[in-house]
Unconditional design. Structure first.
Length: 269
């Protein structure tokens, strides 16, 4: 949920460049008082160049700047704020610091749980090494604690990366699919290891754990298949959406030809 990176802003600008060009050129005809009401207009200067929009250039603090010239004016546009205004995302961005604080607190709580699980796992290992643990299956207790610590740590790291450190474009299906994939993958690893531990215990004498182990491994396989199907269908749907959005509109000549053809078909009927 971090700020959009420059490459994401450039992609958004290229995606909506056709719609943005007349809007930006229309700003040149507005009075200076009206231009001050737009948050993405950074500067208003004078220029004798012909009307046009220059390519985005880097600006301080990791921002991108767009220059619009024409009608004796030169407007400096903050491309990050322009994209946020275009997507209607300004109000959500104001709440991002609060969201980050909540996610950081949750991640720290998960890391404390990880430290507790690691402590218990090391305690079990110490008891085994000292000989005070007589149960031959006692090593599995340490493995269970450490495996859960690994799964919880991966979950906390995923939350911290996806929601605090990295940018996640909520308007793109790929970002949501990436987050869900990482969450499910962390759960899948924990379930698979627990199923293997149950199988090992069953092979060492606890026969009653064999069927639960088979059930857990079956759940892991089903979860993996469902995740693969979700990723496949999600990527296919997003590719179809991108292809439809990039499809050029039909020209005037093609529209007239299609209209005349339909009229000819109706007359022949």
């Amino acid at each position: 949920m971090a700020e959009m990176s420059p490459i994401d802003v450039l992609r958004r600008y290229q995606e909506y460049e056709t719609e943005l060009s007349p809007l930006l050129l229309g700003l040149l005809s507005l009075p200076p008082e009206a231009l001050k009401g737009y948050p993405f207009v950074q500067s208003i200067g004078q220029s004798q160049a012909s009307p046009g929009i220059l390519a985005p250039i880097p600006a301080p603090q990791g921002q991108l700047r767009l220059v619009v010239q024409g009608h004796g004016r030169e407007l400096g546009i903050n491309l990050h704020q322009l994209i946020a205004w275009l997507m209607g995302d300004r109000e959500r961005r104001r709440a991002i610091p609060w969201f980050r604080a909540v996610y950081v607190i949750l991640s720290l709580a998960l890391f404390l749980i990880v430290a507790t699980l690691i402590w218990h796992g090391l305690e079990q290992i110490y008891l085994l090494l000292c000989g005070t643990q007589q149960n031959k299956l006692g090593a599995f207790s340490a493995i269970i604690f450490l495996t859960l610590a690994l799964a919880v740590f991966d979950l906390g790291k995923t939350i911290l990366e996806e929601e605090v450190l990295l940018h996640k474009d909520i308007f793109r299906h790929s970002a949501i699919r990436r987050t869900i994939t990482r969450f499910i993958a962390a759960i899948l690893i924990a379930v698979s290891i627990e199923g293997l531990l149950l199988l090992f215990k069953g092979s060492l004498g606890q026969i009653e754990l064999l069927w639960p182990a088979v059930g857990v491994m079956g759940c892991a396989v089903g979860l993996l298949l469902a995740l693969g199907l979700y990723v496949f269908l999600g990527a296919k749907a997003e590719a179809a959406l991108v292809a439809s959005s990039q499809r050029p509109p039909p020209s005037t000549g093609q529209m007239k030809t299609g209209t005349l053809a339909r009229r000819g078909i109706r007359r022949s009927k």
